[in-house]
Ligand binder design. Structure first.
Ligand SMILES: C[S@@+](CC[C@H](N)C(=O)[O-])C[C@H]1O[C@@H](n2cnc3c(N)ncnc32)[C@H](O)[C@@H]1O
Length: 290
């Protein structure tokens, strides 16, 4: 617990904002989750077209977009079996927690934007994927602030899809794109200063030592008073379902203590920090103010 000194840990259970399990679903899950954790991967992959896409593109923005873009409707266009399973997988704690993370990141981004107390805001989105959180927030508030956003990812198709999303939100003129690795980009951007650096969905794959190194690089490019927003998945009861059944590899599950330890070893050790968990307590979002 010592490492958590000065780091505020919050579970945000805003029922109006997030997708939460009902009491009945929580009771069903006592029996269902052990079954989910033991399902064969082939069954998941073959159960629906969307499940196949998530399995095939696990760890990328393509898999995330399948989950982010779920509209809460059952769709039988591809058959009853496909429609049922697509809906069923989207209602697991993991899928709900991912959509909750998106909402939580948007909420923290907006808080950071307002508390900067200025009009010109420079945002860097590292390993941006489809860049959805930043694009939606910038899209909603483009008339109130002068945004300049730098989106970077090592994958060309992520950048292409993110560009398409900026066009849909009519904010393409506010974004520039950089195909690079996170550490490569940060090295080249050494002299730059950003008001907000967002790196969500990436720390989950980075070992501790590399994470400390990246945090130090991020600290250097963050303006005084600026915000660093990141996140990490935490150990949970559906862990085996995600890693073995859905087939999402290389995840490093971290508790709030693990995150605090990394932060304390980095230049963010004295930064005002809080970690907010969405209601399923699966995804945590870290916010550090320099
Ligand atoms: C799980 S996705 C997260 C996307 C987005 N940030 C989100 O939360 O929706 C991980 C992203 O990291 C990118 N990526 C993986 N390794 C990378 C690296 N070394 N440097 C830059 N991007 C990387 C992938 O291309 C992918 O778009």
């Amino acid at each position: 617990m010592h490492d958590l000194e000065n780091i505020k840990i919050i579970i945000d259970s805003d029922r109006k904002l997030y997708e939460i399990h009902s009491f009945i679903r929580k009771t069903i899950d006592i029996f269902l989750v052990p079954i989910l954790n033991r399902l064969p991967r082939g069954l998941f992959r073959k159960s629906s077209k969307k499940a196949e896409t998530v399995n095939k593109h696990a760890t990328t923005h393509r898999a995330l977009e399948v989950i982010y873009s779920f509209n809460n409707q059952v769709n039988f266009e591809k058959g009853i079996f496909d429609g049922f399973f697509t809906y069923f997988w989207q209602k697991t704690s993991h899928a709900k927690a991912l959509r909750n993370r998106l909402k939580l990141v948007k909420r923290e981004l907006l808080k950071a934007i307002h508390s900067l107390n200025k009009k010109e805001i420079k945002i860097l989105n590292l390993a941006c994927g489809s860049n959805r959180a930043v694009i939606e927030v910038v899209g909603m508030h483009k008339n109130d602030f002068d945004f300049k956003v730098f989106g970077m990812d090592k994958n060309e198709s992520a950048i292409e899809d993110a560009k398409a999303l900026t066009t849909a939100f009519d904010v393409d003129h506010l974004f520039s794109w950089h195909q690079n690795t996170v550490s490569g980009f940060l090295k080249e951007a050494e002299q730059a200063q950003f008001d907000i650096v967002e790196m969500v969905g990436f720390l989950d794959y980075v070992p501790d030592e590399k994470a400390v190194f990246l945090f130090d690089q991020i600290y250097s490019v963050l303006a005084d008073g600026g915000f660093f927003i990141t996140g990490n998945i935490k150990d949970n009861k559906e862990r085996r379902f995600v890693t073995e059944v859905v087939g999402w590899p290389h995840l490093i599950f971290r508790s709030e203590n693990d995150l605090a330890r990394i932060l304390k070893q980095s230049k963010f050790k004295d930064a005002a920090t809080h970690i907010v968990y969405e209601p399923h307590n699966i995804h945590g979002v870290v916010v550090c103010k320099k």
